[in-house]
Write a protein that binds this ligand. Structure first.
Ligand code: NI
Length: 407
């Protein structure tokens, strides 16, 4: 299928080298092909086939089928050196696309609504460029195409499958297209960029009865309501005010009729924080509050609490590498947003627990072109000019980190 690719660029791309600018229409074509065939986590068969086909075409050695659908491409330069990994996620979301574009999703109920199609296209463009320019750097670049970032998480099984070994990865970088920032801006910081994601489910076990005779019951709705209120004190009274955290109760279900006291109430919620020290504090307070209020009322409870992803924490030296490189690609100094953080989470965090690295945001919103819907929205789309910028930043990071210039 032939795509009509908009040639007009939304920002000045003179800082991006000509060869990468010339790749732009192919980046857009790849991204749109991937966009049309979105696949959910660990089901990225067509996506993996597409990546594999490109890597074969470019004669880039690669391993497939890692953590089901993951792929690792290995590009070896012409001289020995360190090993830098670049990670791209490739999964889509269970959302019905509402955009009326020529490249809209052809898979009912599935959509690339987070931009991972763009991440895959950027990683492919980077692989292609690096494979054509092996004299500009030393060592090895591993490109990790990871499944299932949106859940249940493909990073951990890829790490367990050994993608950071043989050869050992010295550092890792990755990016997320980000509609919270306009095109032409890059969000990068040392330390925590994204929050830990934890989940809990709790069932309050009271004693049901007649709505007119509460004295004969343990009202699970009253107990649950007090718990919802008291949980708000974790952030306001227990967490150090300079540490950001979130405790959200997102679901509360109880009762069947207006004159019946419900014997059980179910609630669930999400917890976010940046400082890893808060993991135990919040966990302990959550259970203490639930246990205490249940005990006060003579109710019982069942609580499940688990961490989905740890906080995404950047190494300061690698963050500085990305910052310095981004400053060459986007308008400086306004283009680099130093204190960019979000309470969303990422399983890039597992890679960053293993090796020093940096995850960063590449601004992709363009309100003038109607491209500013938030991630995970059925009308999400981004300014594809960001694709070439992403490739340029990755390529410059490789050339700087794996520099063959003697210092
Ligand atoms: Ni995402």
């Amino acid at each position: 299928m032939v795509f009509t690719v908009t040639e007009a660029q939304s920002v000045d791309l003179t800082r991006i080298r000509v060869e990468i600018r010339n790749l732009q229409s192919r980046l857009v074509e790849w991204r749109r092909k991937l966009h049309q065939k979105p696949e959910l986590g660990f089901q990225e068969q067509l996506t993996a086939e597409f990546i594999q086909q490109k890597l074969q075409e470019w004669q880039i050695p690669h391993r497939t089928g890692i953590a089901k659908t993951g792929i690792v491409a290995t590009i070896v330069s012409n001289s020995p050196g360190k090993v830098l990994a670049i990670r791209a996620d490739m999964d889509a979301l269970p959302i019905q696309e509402a955009n009326e574009v020529s490249y809209r999703s052809q898979h009912d109920g599935k959509m690339h609504a987070c931009g991972h199609d763009g991440h895959t296209a950027i990683a492919l463009g980077t692989a292609y460029y690096l494979s054509q320019h092996k004299d500009n750097w030393n060592g090895i670049v591993k490109i990790i195409f990871q499944p299932a970032e949106e859940g249940p998480g493909g990073a951990k099984p890829m790490i367990e499958a050994g993608v950071l070994h043989n050869p050992e990865v010295d550092a890792i970088i990755g990016l997320h297209l980000f509609n919270n920032l306009p095109l032409g801006k890059v969000g990068v910081r040392a330390g925590a960029l994204m929050a830990a994601v934890e989940c809990f489910r709790c069932q309050i076990l009271g004693k049901g009865g007649h709505g007119a005779m509460p004295d004969q019951t343990v009202d699970s709705i009253v107990v649950a309501s007090q718990i919802v209120n008291a949980l708000q004190t974790i952030v306001s009274r227990n967490v150090r005010p300079l540490d950001a955290a979130v405790v959200t109760v997102g679901e509360l279900h109880a009762g069947t009729a207006l004159n019946i006291i419900a014997d059980t109430a179910k609630m669930s919620g999400t917890i976010r924080y940046f400082n890893p020290d808060l993991e135990n504090l919040i966990r302990e307070r959550l259970e203490a509050i639930i246990a205490g209020i249940c005990q006060m009322h003579g109710a019982n409870y069942e609580l499940n609490h688990w961490q989905l992803y740890p906080p995404t924490i950047n190494d300061s030296a690698i963050a500085e590498l990305v910052r310095s490189v981004a400053a060459e690609v986007v308008e400086t100094p306004v283009g680099v947003v130093p204190e960019c953080q979000t309470t969303a989470g990422e399983d890039m965090s597992f890679f960053l627990q293993e090796v020093p690295g940096c995850y960063f945001f590449l601004g992709s919103a363009n309100p003038d072109r109607g491209l500013a819907y938030p991630h995970h929205h059925p009308r999400f789309d981004f300014d594809e000019t960001a694709l070439g910028m992403g490739v340029e930043i990755f390529v410059r990071c490789v050339e700087k980190f794996l520099s063959n210039k003697s210092c």
